[in-house]
Design a protein around this ligand. Sequence first.
Ligand SMILES: [Zn+2]
Length: 294
Amino acid sequence: MYQKFSLFNIDIKVEISLNNRNDHFIVFNYHQVGKDLDKKYHNLGNFTQLDFFENQILCLKKNYKVITLEEAIKKANQNNIDGKYACITFDDGDKSIINAMNILEKYNVPATFFINSGYLNNKLACWFHIYQYIKNSPKYQKYLSEDIEHNIKYLRNTDNPKLYNEYSFKIEALYKYIKDEFDMFVSFEQLENINSDLFHIGTHGHEHQRFLMKSKEWQRENIIKDIDILSNLKAYRPIFAIPFGRPHDWNIDTIDIIRELNFDFVYANGGINVNRSVGYQRIPADGRVLEKLI
Ligand SMILES: [Zn+2]
């Protein structure tokens, strides 16, 4: 539908969005689900108890049409969000996503899983996972030097790449001490065998780093490496979830690369999506009461 009006004697046609104000899609973001919280691997902010998760799915089904993120983005890109939709996403490839898939399958609910291919089969892990594991393992705590203990608290929010890279490297170098017993992530083989009618795989970077702290070349190589590995999976879709995902975790270089690759992307600032957009917003849902969010 168009509206016509005149400006400086020139007729201008403006497209009027047919979007009803209630029409939107909301993207929920999870990380880990499980029966019990294990301090070495889980933290309250990233964890949802299994029965609670099942109730959340039932609540979502009651209030929304749950569709794949791919379908929701397609509707938005065509300016055709024609109802109330919800999408479920999981980040980081924690092995508990297999539990989540069982519940989602039970209710025929689709979901998208964003994977750091560098951590598949526990080949490596991100600094915050390694720190948490060591901090909660008495026999390894001796490896946490005073300067690591002092600087760990800055890594999540610092805008100083030198500090971020120095200490994230130092912590990730400790992985060699725990790698024989560390068991957090799904394997590539598990992802090959998921139900690809219901579940999609997207990219989350080869490694889980704050892209703002890295050069443009590093960012590009890291995304492309992830795509090279994940695109071998039948369930793969060209959607990127920015690691960490808050506005202070990425920069214009990140967006440039996403545009070069012609990818869609999601980030994490807690909003809902009502229109076509450069990137789509997600709402953290781990352990949260969805009735309060929706
Ligand atoms: Zn993540």
